[in-house]
Design a protein around this ligand. Structure first.
Ligand code: VPP
Length: 580
């Protein structure tokens, strides 16, 4: 075919071959030209300008309290970096740069010399935009600025454990900042730029991807209550020479945590000299034996069986009870040889509680403890949160049944304890815990019949209001209920319980006319004015509950008759200028 066509149109064939030949020659020439002749020039040009993508930082979502008060705010900052290689060309400008940065000129020079072949080093991160611009205005060759965001925590140490913090790259490292990092972070954008060989921006080509801002997050906490709780806990820790402490306030109807504070704490805005002890969100990551506060749960289980009512009596004489080689002891001498169930709570009789526990059986107490969340996962997913431990009732022998009924051999967190008490306060219904503000009423579950919860409310009110009760927990103008506890601490290295290291506890709720707020106070190793929960933690409960009820505008349910009559403000005669 070829031959035939070639023979038929020889001039055409030659023309095509000829043209192809010229084209090949032309391309070959161009290749040689580019690769050999112009090589140096082109390489220089290519290096000099190149297209780069630089990230556009995304604005991190604002964290607020339930009323919109800012708790974590992202502010724009300028980070200065250097091309150390380029900087070697203008050493005479280094002293001025050091002065502007507030750095030691010698130290800066040494650093720049040591890293002389690095094309990217940080000079200083997180300056205010004004500070950053002042340095950039010196026009030191090789010094550049980038825009970033930096977190600021307006409430500082008061919300530190709850809110947590981000690292220098704006990623969540602790607390809510870590737990909700994805929600808060947003997605960085991209900007296409042309930079020269030294990394200087030549042309801002286009934004290829817009930064997607992070979403805001409203926490369940009320900053006013958080301040109140922090102040009262801190004062109590100082007054009692205690090692540490936690305080949690919960809305029993919604499951929201309204305040959660711990001592010691730290300033998240200045994290130099941080000690690990300061960073612990103890209310969620430390477990302890609930001691006598557990009696509120064991007693509820007893009432629920129908076998016991508050006026039924138990012999507690002589204040000790022998179980095999183990002796159960009461701390304080009781009013008499027998106590009714309310009396067992008021006198905090370990012997009385144990006898009730033997009657109802370990499983009954175990089931209720489990239902109210003691030693169970809270579902909060807070970083480092602990679950504690509620041993299975099948492993309880007689001694365990006794000690568990008054709070030993079980470990819980403060947040679990406040949750458990919230079920008694909320008429037997448990609302799931949340750290996030909720707008609609939550799905609650019945963990105790309403009548049983109401009976417990009356008994726990007696614990505070009876003549021999924990009067230090009383709140002026309101009826409240609760239970104190003092637990010897189990010490590391020593077998069993320490002789003189205690944890003072109080758990309670109010107002009794319609219980709304539950509070737990934990004070770790008080060393000064005694150590009983009724002495150390009850006053803190009183002050914080009092402030909470006032701040939340709760109508007083315990005004003396005269005050009640005067509750409607009366204009005094003098005050209206004698006009009426
Ligand atoms: S009585 O009710 O908080 O107001 O019994 O650490 O008992 O068997 N609390 N505390 N016991 N252990 N094991 C006191 C109180 C007061 C009582 C309570 C109303 C004055 C209050 C205790 C506590 C105790 C205790 C005993 C504290 C250790 C563990 C046991 C002695 C201080 C116990 C072994 C001194 C399983 O909370």
């Amino acid at each position: 075919m070829m031959k035939l066509e070639g023979a038929l149109f020889p001039w055409r064939f030659r023309l095509v071959v000829g043209l192809l030949g010229i084209m090949v020659a032309a391309i070959a020439w161009r290749i040689i030209d580019l690769q050999v002749v112009d090589r140096a020039f082109l390489k220089g040009q290519g290096d000099a300008r190149s297209v780069r993508h630089i990230p556009i930082p995304a604005h991190r979502g604002l964290i607020t309290d339930r009323n919109g008060e800012p708790l974590a705010v992202s502010t724009p900052v300028t980070t200065l970096w250097a091309n150390a290689k380029e900087m070697q060309t203008a050493k005479e400008k280094w002293p001025a740069l050091a002065a502007a940065l507030g750095q030691d000129p010698k130290a800066l020079a040494e650093r720049l010399e040591a890293q002389a072949n690095k094309e990217f080093i940080y000079l200083v991160r997180g300056l205010t935009p004004e500070q950053g611009q002042a340095v950039l205005d010196l026009k030191v060759p090789g010094v550049y600025g980038i825009e970033e965001f930096r977190r600021f925590y307006p409430a500082g140490e008061v919300t530190a454990h709850m809110v947590g913090f981000t690292d220098i790259d704006d990623h969540g490292r602790e607390g809510v900042e870590l737990a909700y990092d994805e929600w808060l972070a947003g997605v960085p954008g991209k900007r296409q730029v042309i930079k020269d060989r030294r990394g200087r921006l030549i042309k801002d080509v286009q934004v290829t991807k817009n930064a997607k801002a992070g979403k805001p997050l409203a926490l369940s906490i009320d900053l006013r209550l958080q301040y109140l709780a922090n102040r009262e806990l801190r004062n109590a820790i100082i007054e009692n020479g205690a090692k540490a402490g936690s305080l949690v306030i919960m809305d029993v109807k919604t499951g929201e945590i309204l305040a959660m504070v711990n001592q010691p704490t730290y300033n998240p805005n200045n994290r130099r000299n941080l000690q690990p002890a300061m960073m612990r969100n103890r209310a969620m990551i430390d477990v302890f034996e609930p001691g006598s506060t557990m009696k509120a749960i064991s007693m509820s289980a007893a009432i629920e069986t129908g076998r016991w009512k508050p006026t039924d009596t138990v012999e507690v004489y002589p204040g000790t009870l022998q179980i095999g080689k183990y002796t159960i002891k009461d701390v304080s001498k009781s009013e008499g040889p027998v106590l009714d169930l309310t009396g067992i709570l008021i006198n905090s009789s370990n012997v009385g509680m144990s006898k009730v526990a033997f009657d109802i059986g370990g499983e009954t107490i175990f089931r209720l403890a489990q239902k109210v969340g003691l030693g169970q996962d809270t579902g909060l997913g807070f970083p480092g949160e602990r679950v504690g431990n509620l041993p299975n009732y099948r492993e309880w022998r007689k001694a365990e049944t006794a000690t568990l009924s008054y709070g030993y051999g079980i470990s819980v967190t403060a947040i679990q304890l406040v949750h458990a008490f919230s079920a008694l306060a909320n008429n037997g219904r448990l609302a799931p815990l949340t750290l996030i503000k909720t707008d609609k009423a939550p799905q609650t579950t019945e963990v105790l019949p309403e009548a049983v919860a109401k009976t417990m409310q009356t008994m726990l009110q007696q614990v505070i209001e009876a003549p021999r009760g924990v009067f230090r927990a009383q709140v002026p103008a309101y009826h409240v209920g609760g239970k104190s506890g003092t637990a010897r601490k189990t010490s590391v290295g020593v077998k069993g319980y320490a002789e003189n290291s205690y944890r003072s506890l109080f758990a309670g709720f109010g107002p009794m006319s319609d219980p709304r707020y539950a509070i737990v106070v934990v004070i770790d190793e008080p060393t000064k004015a005694g150590y009983f929960g009724g002495l150390v933690s009850a006053p803190v409960f009183s002050k914080v509950m009092s402030g909470t009820l006032r701040l939340m505008n709760v109508t007083p349910d315990n005004l003396p008759a005269t005050q009640q009559a005067n509750a409607v403000p009366v204009v005094p005669l003098k005050a209206n200028g004698g006009r009426g």
